[in-house]
Design a protein around this ligand. Structure first.
Ligand code: HEM
Length: 485
């Protein structure tokens, strides 16, 4: 009867024994996504762990994750009310706000302004492409400079500047020099953002850790400070836009967002949501793209044969006298395959930003109550042996069919931008950026590591997985080209 049914539904989900006070925190290890996948083998793809005072449901594998995020999209579209989430973008973040009417309006505004400045028509597409090309060529110059006299350098310092500049060009109509120390320092600080936000971070689930000095408390304080610094940087720029705003002339994305939120039909969002939106977009688009590029150059030096094959493809399609453009993309499926394989193999956003349930929901026959924190293990989708042959092997050709064309079914199976209502809104922009950066860097340079060092794929865990420090050098291939008009 009903009582027995309720009892069965309310039964605790499967999962490991949770210790008092800490729960399973000590079992997560250095790479929680790998631990989550291992636990799935024992408890199934939907199970429960406890971190501090929070019960958390972990979803693994292609089937369970797509069932939850697509078939029950609204029920899984929430965000937990973690204290750290309220420190982001002045407390008005679109990314870290719970599901609801306000979030929907906010997301639509961000999505349509991104589209308006990147892909709305052929003119904006071209302008966007030129920003990326300009940044890629700055990178080429920086890399060649730093490789002078055969020296090896750490490339991780320059990618954040390049990725942030693409967003600054869209949002503020300006870029910053690689020599701008203030900008570099800000980005270096923001680089630590993901350490606190990544699934499995303990600051939000063990709030008592903040009350006495310990490493977690300092992570928390640094997190607060980096968010304040980044938000003030954006607020200052948006303030300048407000002072010179002319509704007849939309100079950039800040103007477009001011126009919708402050001058448009009632959006329900106060004017402070303008700086929050811009902070979110630059923040989300900067670290992810720059991490993708770090993995790409690392894999290029780790696998010189693959790099050589990419050089051959680019030389054949583009030739020595011009830079690659977006139009070349469909003629270079092997380059796209290399990028998809980098995303799959590294799964550098291994677990999405934590979700929460907005209502009671049943998945794979298991009941999950409203307001439960949910971790979505994207890594497990990309390494599912039922889906991928030898998932632990890096092999771009897995994405090519017998005619050498890109297998769209397989590329769509890679999960790095999540799916459902919270899917990344910058996925198209990110793919264009990563393609052009990679194509231009490879067209202009050959990358090599120090033969005396072994290239390791070890990384640090956070919202994104970042390779440990590594060194390489760049050599010019052919002539150094200027900007295409
Ligand atoms: C959210 C991945 C680039 C804007 C996300 C999420 C992931 C992700 C995994 C969380 C989805 C979830 O919680 O289920 C990536 C990757 C990128 C990238 C791998 C680059 C390779 C960008 C760019 C932008 C952007 C370039 C914008 C300029 C956002 C925003 C959200 C988001 C605003 C929050 C969406 C929401 O909560 O409704 N992204 N992203 N991302 N991303 Fe990206």
């Amino acid at each position: 009867c009903l009582w027995v049914r309720n009892l069965r539904l309310k039964r605790r989900l499967p999962g490991p024994f949770a210790w008092p006070v800490v729960g399973n925190a000590m079992q997560l290890g250095q790479m929680p996504h790998i631990t989550f996948a291992r636990l799935a083998k024992k408890y199934g793809n939907v199970y429960q762990i406890r971190l501090g005072c929070s019960d958390i449901v972990v979803l693994n594998g292609d089937k369970a994750i797509r069932q939850a995020l697509i078939q029950h999209s609204a029920e899984f579209a929430g965000r937990p009310n973690f204290v750290s989430f309220q420190m982001i973008s002045g407390g008005r973040s679109l990314t870290f706000t719970n599901y609801g009417k306000l979030w929907k309006v906010h997301r639509k505004i961000a999505q349509s302004s991104l589209r308006a400045f990147s892909s709305a028509n052929s003119q904006t597409k071209k302008a966007f492409e030129q920003h990326i090309t300009a940044e890629a060529m700055q990178l080429v110059q920086m890399f060649l400079q730093q490789s002078a006299d055969g020296q090896y350098f750490d490339p991780s310092q320059e990618f954040p500047v390049a990725a942030a500049n693409v967003l600054c060009a869209l949002c503020f109509g300006r870029r910053y020099s690689h020599d701008d120390l203030e900008f570099r320092t800000l980005l270096k600080k923001v680089n630590k953002f993901g350490e606190t936000i990544g699934a499995g971070s303990l600051v939000d689930v063990m709030p008592w850790l903040q009350s006495f000095p310990n490493p977690v408390r300092s992570v928390y304080e640094n997190f607060k400070s980096l968010n304040e610094d980044f938000y003030s940087f954006v607020k200052n720029k948006v303030g300048q836009h407000r002072e010179t705003f002319d509704p007849e002339v939309t100079r950039d994305m800040s103007d477009a967002i001011i126009n919708v939120i402050e001058y448009g039909k009632y959006s329900g969002l106060s004017k402070e949501f303008v700086e929050a939106t811009v902070t979110d977009l630059i923040g989300a688009g900067q670290d992810t793209v720059s991490t993708a590029m770090q993995w790409i150059v690392l894999l290029l030096v780790k696998y010189p044969d693959i790099q050589a094959k990419l050089h051959t493809v680019i030389d054949k399609v583009v030739g020595p006298d011009r830079l690659p453009t977006l139009e070349d993309r469909h003629s270079m499926p092997y380059l796209d395959a290399f990028i998809y394989e980098t995303m799959r193999f590294t799964s550098f956003v291994p677990v999405t930003i934590p979700h929460s349930t907005t209502a009671d929901v049943t998945i794979e026959g298991l009941h999950i109550p409203k307001d439960t924190v949910v971790f979505i293990n994207q890594w497990s989708v990309n390494h599912d042996p039922l889906k991928w042959t030898d998932p632990q092997i890096f092999d771009p050709t897995r994405f090519l069919d017998e005619n050498g064309a890109l297998d769209k079914d397989l590329t769509n199976s890679v999960m790095i931008f999540s799916t459902g209502k919270r899917r990344c809104i910058g996925d198209q922009i990110a793919k264009v950026e990563v393609f052009l950066f990679t194509a231009i860097l490879l067209h202009q340079c050959c990358f090599e590591s120090d033969p005396c060092t072994v290239i390791s794929l070890d990384c640090s865990y956070g919202l994104s997985l970042k390779p440990l420090q590594f060194y390489l050098r760049a050599k010019l291939r052919g002539k150094l080209l200027g900007l295409v008009s």
